[in-house]
Design a protein around this ligand. Structure first.
Ligand SMILES: [Zn+2]
Length: 249
């Protein structure tokens, strides 16, 4: 199979996730999905149902990833997502060829983005209203890697620039991916522990109805995002100073 070969490989899961390879195929990705698709779908199931299929486009080079992303690419740089399309750089072209578990995590992470975008994009749009980094990346990291362990939370909590990284743009994410993802998943996890999946659904619904994130957050959570962020950063710093024995709310 060449990198340019068309393929009609299609996977469907009972959770509504339907994935279709588009244009260039990757034997390695095809094999991985053949083996792991149901497990990936099960991992994403608690986060809601896909309402439309996702096309997986394997790109031969980074400019193609960026062009297909139609905007700034993910901090991972080798991948991007909209509500309908996940673009992945052919794994053999990555700076360091990822082992299978890492590749699976990236695929799951991007599909988590697609799912969240489907849940909060207004009808007829493949992108949601602008989502802050901590919410968008935090959800994808939590969905694909699970809850942050104490080390990861303390790493995030110890930083003096949590508030800045919470709203990191694509350039900042690319410059400090580890710190940005640590902060994002720690904040999103704290938010979800406090508000739960029902509030996540309410927040998505508000944005689907056309509200900006800040307005949707204030309306569904009963507090301004900035106020919640300040309080959470304070709790995280307290966590860091007591060595992580107090779980953040
Ligand atoms: Zn991401």
């Amino acid at each position: 199979m060449t990198a340019e070969a068309d393929t009609t490989a299609e996977h469907r899961a009972t959770t509504g996730l339907s994935l279709r390879f588009e244009v260039a195929s990757s034997p390695r990705l095809l094999a991985l999905l053949e083996r792991e698709f149901d497990a990936i779908a099960a991992t994403l199931a608690p986060w809601g149902r896909f309402t439309q299929p996702v096309r997986l486009h394997v790109a031969a080079d980074l400019p193609t990833v960026r062009a297909l992303a139609g905007g700034p690419t993910d901090g991972i740089l080798q991948a991007a997502a909209t509500a309908e399309v996940v673009v992945l750089l052919e794994p053999s072209r990555w700076p360091t060829t990822p082992p299978d578990p890492a590749l699976r995590t990236v695929v799951t992470h991007e599909l988590a983005h697609a799912l969240l975008f489907q849940r909060c994009a207004p009808p007829g749009r493949s992108r949601p209203v602008a989502l802050p980094c901590w919410f968008r990346e935090g959800m994808a990291v939590l969905a694909s890697e699970g809850r942050p362990d104490a080390r990861r939370r303390i790493e995030a909590a110890s930083r003096t620039d949590v508030a800045r990284l919470a709203h990191a743009d694509a350039t900042a994410i690319a410059g400090e991916p580890d710190a940005t993802y640590d902060v994002a998943v720690t904040l999103f996890d704290a938010w979800l522990q406090l508000y739960g999946m029902r509030k996540l659904g309410a927040l998505c619904r508000e944005m689907r109805n056309g509200r900006a994130f800040a307005a949707a957050f204030a309306s569904s959570c009963g507090v301004e995002e900035a106020e919640w962020l300040t309080a959470t950063v304070r709790q995280l710093h307290a966590l860091a100073s007591d060595g992580g024995t107090t779980a953040p709310r």
